[in-house]
Write a protein that binds this ligand. Structure first.
Ligand code: ARG
Length: 579
């Protein structure tokens, strides 16, 4: 059921439009651009006037006259060239609050035709610790995953491990160089494997022969020569275990732990199909596909390199084929650094050319980088890449400073304090990320990011804890929530803000933009705070009003908890502050 206020208003409008023989497609309201004039507005008369060559104000006036008969509206006016301004009656607004507070889904609408979405985010690589560059993919990807699931879509998330490229051969080549053979590989842990990778990287940069050797071994792995393939399996297993810990800490969920390697057979199939359809050609020993574009010259896609290795683009193209054939995806969403935009354009274009996933919507959501104070990608003090684990540790240390020491508050020993440190640090990190548009980069800062004031995750967690405490105190006094009545402006403003929940979630879903959720949660917390200052619960004029305010407070708490959940953030029942 669609309990959204917009939907209810659209229905009312549709009836009036039908009675006046006007096109019901134009019977849509939106939150007013002029809150001083109205709560909602409908601009349909302007479009209708164009269609029917009539005066828009006249059409709007006819609609207004009919709408004014409805008790649910306190005021209807026609303004400007023919805008219809709609103000709800307090009783109607109160009844709406009542309905959504009784609804499990809090009035959030469900997708009419649920999709099956495969989400590709994370994108870690074998033998490389997650670094700050992996933060956004995990945090943004997980938020979008949760938003899509909330609106009723089915989501399958796949981490898409980078486990099949030349780095694999580089690592094994380096191990052979140092150990003589691969007999010790299975004893190596992630630290040792990463160290080999670093050394291999340096060596391959300066030594052409080493590079050649690495390529050769990569082909042996891809051909599944037992000795090499077994060694590779160990590298992969150890790496997966390691990044699983990181993603667990970030609370990012993956249904599938597949990788580029899993697309190997499909890659062969794609290469065969491309040749068969006459789409590919051989160029200097490589198999390529040229992309003709009259507007801008796109580089060709290299399916198979001249040494026989499969390219990065091919693995992605083949993976789309698998997601279509095996998972029956309607939509595939990639949350990957925007610097890979061209890669995805090429991949999508080839997929289309080869007809590999007909009707499937392919979307690359490209994010900007996490930067340091200098505006360049975040680095450690010595200029290296910042490990994600170290970044989380730094954030936790900062948060710990603002909390009481273990034992200082009754019931809060080391374990409880650490749980809270974790919840607050994660909220601070994730909210700092998610409050920004996905496409823009942002500066990661460790000073104000965990403050309880300002546009931070902890501010919203704190708002939730404050409402929890209000509700607890009311319960102690025997006050229970009851029917919503709207009497003061503070109540009205809060109710109208609450009524925007569905629209905010729908926009975040349609635009795939979690920052809309972050924004809405922040303003709702602010509006609640002014509401509570102006309309305190215990001091309400009548018990009815106090109980109604209690209902609103509980509703705001439930909404904030749900919004934080969408952002991957937990809301502690109680928040402590250092005395
Ligand atoms: N592993 C890749 C990298 O580190 C990112 C993978 C992105 N996802 C994808 N389907 N290509 O650059």
């Amino acid at each position: 059921m669609n309990l959204s206020l917009e939907n209810a208003l659209n229905q009312k409008l549709k009836q009036v439009f039908a009675a006046l023989s006007l096109d019901p497609a134009q019977a849509v309201v939106k939150v007013s651009d002029r809150p001083d004039l109205s709560d909602f507005q409908c601009n349909g008369a302007l479009a209708l006037a164009k269609q029917e060559h009539k005066n828009p104000r006249e059409i709007a006036a006819a609609i207004a006259a009919k709408l004014a008969e409805d008790q649910d509206f306190a005021k209807i006016s026609v303004d400007g060239p023919g805008f219809l301004n709609i103000t709800l009656s307090d009783a109607f607004l109160a009844a709406h609050m009542q309905r959504i507070s009784a609804d499990q889904a809090l009035g959030i609408a469900q997708a009419e035709k649920p999709h099956k979405i495969v989400m590709d985010f994370g994108g870690p690589n074998v033998a490389k610790a997650l670094h700050v560059g992996h933060l956004r993919s995990a945090v943004v990807g997980e938020a979008i995953r949760r938003i899509e699931m909330l609106v009723g879509n089915e989501v399958i998330s796949d981490v898409h491990f980078g486990d099949w490229g030349t780095p694999m051969g580089m690592i094994l080549a380096e191990i052979i160089r140092q150990d003589g053979d691969l007999s010790k590989v299975e004893t190596y842990d992630i630290k040792q494997i990463s160290a080999f990778y670093k050394q291999a990287n340096i060596r391959c940069k300066e030594d052409e022969a080493a590079k050649e050797q690495a390529r050769l071994i990569t082909t042996k792995i891809q051909d599944k020569e037992p000795e090499y393939y077994r060694a590779w399996q160990h590298l992969r297993k150890v790496s997966v275990e390691d990044v699983k810990k990181n993603y667990h800490e970030l609370d990012a969920h993956f249904d599938l732990w597949l990788g580029e390697s899993d697309a190997h057979e499909a890659c062969k199939e794609v290469v065969r199909l491309a040749a068969e359809k006459g789409v590919s050609e051989i160029d200097n020993g490589a198999t390529i596909i040229r992309l003709d574009d009259d507007k801008k010259q796109k580089p060709p896609v290299i399916l198979v390199k001249s040494d026989g290795g499969f390219g990065y683009q091919l693995t992605d193209i083949a993976t789309i084929k698998m997601r279509y054939d095996d998972l029956h995806a309607d939509e595939i969403i990639y949350v990957v650094d925007k610097r890979q935009a061209l890669h995805f354009e090429q991949v999508f274009e080839v997929t289309e050319k080869l007809g590999l996933a007909p009707g499937v919507k392919l979307l690359h959501i490209g994010f900007g980088t996490v930067n340091g104070a200098d505006g360049k990608p975040f680095k450690t003090r010595d200029g290296g890449v910042m490990n994600l684990e170290d970044l989380i540790k730094l954030s936790k240390d900062k948060v710990r400073e603002s909390l009481p020491a273990p034992g200082e508050v009754e019931g809060y020993g080391k374990k409880e304090i650490e749980t809270m440190v974790n919840q607050i640090a994660m909220a601070a990190i994730k909210f700092q990320d998610l409050k920004n548009n996905i496409a823009s980069g942002y500066v990661f800062e460790l000073e104000d990011f965990a403050k309880f004031e300002g546009k931070t995750g902890p501010y919203i967690q704190y708002a939730v804890a404050r409402i929890n405490s209000i509700l607890r105190k009311a319960a102690e006094k025997g006050l229970t929530p009851a029917a919503v009545v709207i009497e003061t402006k503070a109540e009205r403003d809060l109710a109208l803000k609450i009524a925007q929940l569905n629209a905010a979630v729908m926009r975040a879903h349609n635009e795939k933009e979690p920052s809309i959720i972050a924004d809405y949660a922040y303003t709702l917390a602010q509006v609640f705070s002014s509401f509570y200052n102006e309309a305190p619960i215990m001091a309400a004029a009548t018990p009815e009003l106090a109980r109604s305010r209690l209902t609103l407070a509980g509703l705001v708490r439930d909404i904030l908890v749900k919004l934080l959940y969408l952002l991957g953030i937990e809301a502690p029942e109680v928040m402590l502050k250092k005395a």
